[in-house]
Design a protein around this ligand. Structure first.
Ligand code: SAM
Length: 149
């Protein structure tokens, strides 16, 4: 959680200067969504999850909430030129996260504008996603930040 916030705090000032949507893949209880709303006031944030389970104070407007399997639902946004995609859909189970890694990096590369930023709890190995150094407070390979090239 701290790693996630430290990275988002690092990238949000740059994202604030870029045009484009912010996409939050994995609403969960909405803590990160809440944080992004505070860091990027006025920016449209579209949020994805298979089900709504967020705290009442962190529920997006209906037009910015997309329910269903992210692999399918977010694919409909390919080409949207997002400024930031944040994905927190890792499970902590290597076998399950390995499956996610077969489709998530390519999906994120297609959602982002050139120069846009990806932040993810699972690795984003993709030729169009250039890894950036995390803040010093974040241990290597805890959380990942990349720029779309
Ligand atoms: N960052 C969130 C927060 O601050 O509360 C926590 C996200 S939680 C770890 C992961 C969420 O992603 C869960 O709500 C889960 O339902 C959703 N999720 C994981 N994989 C998904 C998938 N393939 N499609 C749709 N939702 C998914």
């Amino acid at each position: 959680m701290t790693a996630q916030r430290d990275i988002l705090d690092q990238v949000c000032p740059e994202v604030a200067k870029m045009e484009g949507l912010v996409l939050e893949l994995g609403l969960g209880n909405g803590r990160t969504f809440h944080h992004l709303r505070e860091r990027l006031p006025g920016r449209r944030i579209v949020v994805f999850d298979r089900a709504l389970g967020a705290h009442a104070s962190s529920i997006p407007e209906a037009e910015n909430l997309v329910l269903g399997e992210i692999r399918e639902t977010a694919s409909r946004f390919i080409g949207i030129d997002a400024a930031l995609v944040h994905a927190d859909i890792g499970t902590g189970y290597d076998d399950r996260d390995a499956v996610t890694s077969t489709w998530l990096p390519d999906l994120i590369a297609r959602l982002l504008r050139v120069g846009g930023i990806a932040v993810s709890g699972t690795p984003l190995d993709h030729p169009l996603l250039q890894r950036l150094p995390p803040p010093p407070s974040v241990p290597a390979d805890r959380y990942f930040v990349c720029r779309r090239v």
